[in-house]
Design a protein around this ligand. Structure first.
Ligand SMILES: [Zn+2]
Length: 284
């Protein structure tokens, strides 16, 4: 019997690749974890360190890359220059207040914000891509009766961008992919497929409850700094609540916490910003 080919030898050959596979899987898992934790980056606005996995330039580039797909998915842009201009003005006013606030802390907003009014008349929604692309559907826009209410929606979305919620979420998903790749020991070039998936994920991004409340907080603060009555944010929640009672669940609600809970939270933030009551000269 040849000692080279039977019995133990075959068994060893089966076992060795398994061990090697486990080793590779372990190495990949460690690499994924390391890249997640080494992806920590300081937020240019808040100074907070976050696992975002990309810098601001990459966020801006990814947002711009996903922009056409987002617009297409919602029937294009709304065909009224006047309404678009109004949205731009409100957004610009909030950003001017932000710049003023940041200048005092020697910080600067790195994101070139753009505001898009989408033609979609069905889906009551607003969202933001990483890097500063902000969207409001006409279905939501037409329900907002004051400038302050529009400012509430836009301020909330600006908050998602400033707090880098999109990049944070992508970094988490990348970690998950890295780990599942490690389990399957998948090889090959994943770059382009990963990119396409990332864009898909960005477009259908759902944030967690804490992200939403943090953005509500940003919205309230920006509104107050820009001279809008932050109580208009509560009106926005009422609009959303009414819309949800009319049968169709607005998308804004399925991806966001219940308006009643948010009203409670927003009321607390308003009391923080105005401990002696909201000043009377703010625009509703
Ligand atoms: Zn949100």
């Amino acid at each position: 019997m040849s000692p080279f080919r039977v019995g133990r030898g075959r068994g060893m050959r089966r076992r060795t690749p398994l061990k090697a596979r486990l080793l590779i899987a372990a190495v990949l898992a460690v690499v994924a974890l390391m890249s997640y934790y080494s992806s920590m980056d300081e937020n240019p606005i808040t100074g907070e360190r976050q696992p975002v996995g990309m810098n601001e330039k990459q966020e801006i580039a990814m947002g711009l890359q996903a922009l056409p797909q987002m617009v297409n998915q919602h029937g294009g842009l709304y065909a009224s220059e006047q309404a678009q201009q109004r949205l731009d003005q409100i957004g610009t006013r909030l950003l001017a207040a932000l710049d003023k606030k940041l200048a005092k802390e020697n910080r600067q907003n790195p994101y070139p914000f753009e505001f898009h009014l989408l033609a979609d008349d069905q889906m009551i929604n607003a969202f933001a891509l990483p890097g500063g692309q902000v969207f409001v559907t006409h279905a939501l826009y037409r329900q907002l009766t004051t400038e302050g209410q529009v400012a509430g929606v836009v301020g909330h979305e600006i908050g998602h961008v400033l707090a880098r919620h999109g990049a944070e979420r992508l970094a988490k998903q990348k970690l998950t992919e890295g780990l599942s790749g490690a389990v399957g020991v998948a090889g090959g070039d994943m770059q382009s497929a990963q990119m396409a998936r990332a864009i898909g994920q960005m477009i259908n991004m759902k944030y967690g409850r804490d992200d939403e409340l943090e953005s509500d907080r940003w919205g309230v603060r920006l509104m107050a700094d820009a001279g809008y009555d932050p109580r208009s944010m509560i009106d926005v929640m009422k609009v959303l609540d009414r819309a949800s009672q009319g049968g169709g669940q607005p998308e804004f609600l399925s991806t966001h916490p219940k308006p009643a809970n948010r009203i409670e939270y927003i009321t607390v933030v308003i009391r923080e910003v105005f401990p002696n009551g909201v000043s009377g000269n703010l625009e509703p």
